[in-house]
Ligand binder design. Structure first.
Ligand SMILES: Nc1nc(=O)n([C@H]2C[C@H](O)[C@@H](COP(=O)(O)O)O2)cc1CO
Ligand SMILES: [Zn+2]
Length: 160
């Protein structure tokens, strides 16, 4: 028998894991996922959500109005969750993220030792947060680039 040819690449695999992780998010507007990889092994995963133990029904997912009644001061970003959930040293690892990291996550990425970022969406390009991220990441020699896999959709069938 010949080997199967439809297998996915490493890059498609890990970005797929990041997008799958995003499916755990309860944010009704934006679901973000992250997957940290070293030597082609997953060592951390995360998605955006309120801190552990928060009562979801008490927290608000609002985006506008009094800042204290919005999600923004409380939600933990996917990248930070992936770092905090990681199972070993992140030195020289790669983080796959569905969205380009904000400046706060970029600082955490640098401090954790991650050396490469592969992102899918940069829909906030040009914003102050993205500009600040680009500046500190370049300054700290953390490389970043857009996803280069061919797959834009992966189907996961639960079957025998
Ligand atoms: N890289 C990121 N990681 C994240 O986890 N997030 C989260 C924070 C919020 O829960 C949501 C953005 O909400 P909105 O402003 O699109 O309604 O995504 C956002 C970004 C984008 O900078
Ligand atoms: Zn962030």
């Amino acid at each position: 028998m010949e080997k199967r040819l439809e297998y996915i690449s490493w890059e498609e695999y890990f970005m797929g894991v990041a997008f799958l992780s995003a499916q755990r998010s309860k944010d009704p507007t934006t679901q973000v996922g992250a997957c940290i990889v070293k030597d082609n092994k997953v060592i951390g995963m995360g998605y955006n959500g309120f801190p552990k133990g928060s009562d979801d029904d008490f927290m608000s997912w609002e985006r506008e109005g009094d800042i204290l009644n919005t999600k923004y001061p409380y939600v933990v970003h996917a990248e930070l969750n992936a770092i905090l959930n990681s199972i070993k040293s992140l030195d020289n690892s790669t983080i796959y993220v569905t969205h380009f990291p904000c400046n706060e996550c970029s600082k955490a990425i640098i401090q954790s030792g991650i050396s490469e970022i592969i992102y899918f969406s940069d829909k906030h390009k040009g914003s102050d947060s993205t500009k600040a991220s680009e500046l500190i990441l370049k300054n700290a020699n953390v490389s970043y680039r857009k996803y280069e896999g061919n797959k834009l959709k992966l189907e996961v069938l639960f079957k025998d």
